[in-house]
Ligand binder design. Sequence first.
Ligand SMILES: O=C(O)c1cc(=O)[nH]c(=O)n1[C@@H]1O[C@H](COP(=O)(O)O)[C@@H](O)[C@H]1O
Length: 305
Amino acid sequence: MNDQHNFGLRVQSAIEQRGRLCVGVDPHASLLAAWGLNDDLASATRFSYRLVDAVAQHVGFIKPQSAFFERFGWRGLALLEKVVERSRSAGALVILDVKRGDIGSTMRAYAEAYLPKGAPCEVDAITVSPFLGVGSLQPAVDIATEHGKGLFTLALTSNPEGRSVQSAVGADGRTVSQSVIDAAGLINAAYDPIGPLGVVVGATVGAEKSEVAAKERESKDEIAHTQQQTSESGHDLSKLRGPVLVPGMGAQGGQPEDLKRVLGPALKWSIPTYSRQIAQAGPSLAGIQSAVKDLQAAYRVTTRL
Ligand SMILES: O=C(O)c1cc(=O)[nH]c(=O)n1[C@@H]1O[C@H](COP(=O)(O)O)[C@@H](O)[C@H]1O
């Protein structure tokens, strides 16, 4: 399999060549206001182009959040397509944050919108939600792997409300989030050394080790295993063999030093993503670029393996 056909290998080489930082493009009303702009399509266009032009040649990953474009209707979607195209042609991998999840037949249509070569809004990967059942994502897995694209499945989200669902324990004794991580690991096992199925783990999860995770580690054997394999999130990411998108950084409180603690062995292919913190350094190109440089330098130190 050549590098271009395995999204995992493209992630690996982007990290090696450009670093692991991901810049979020979220034309949020409050950020537009902070830049002295109105909350309208013309302003969202200026904001997004400025951000992309400042960073796309320097970072490995760009993550536009679809909702901030969808709110402007079809014109917003046309802008999103241009933002994606501008980012990809500067060499960044685009992870479109759309958090799609539905019954299999509908899931196929969502995947077709973004993943095949020549799709209307072709990106390198999308975020997907597994809460209709991990198996419902299969059509998206098929389309992603067929076209050399990736998926990032929500496992442990950065918002505190996610915990009650994601830490629930299934009949097999695993948490919902661990089952999501394991399902991605099973697909990635066919790839060496890294596969195309990523997960989302928020940087904010480490501080709150859940009671469930503690119960899972009750037996002595498990304690020994856990000390070797798990992160402070209490989840075992050691068999994932895939990329981990890490939101919750900056504006939500996560710091570069947290990554190692939260991810354990999955640090190697982690992609910390920042939206507000980087945009807030704008609107000047120099301000945005210096925020990016500082974070890239911090990650070179804190993620040394
Ligand atoms: O999938 C995501 O990107 C995501 C997952 C998650 O658990 N938490 C989370 O904040 N996000 C997204 O990551 C971005 C975080 O933005 P900032 O907090 O401004 O850096 C937003 O676009 C969120 O929609």
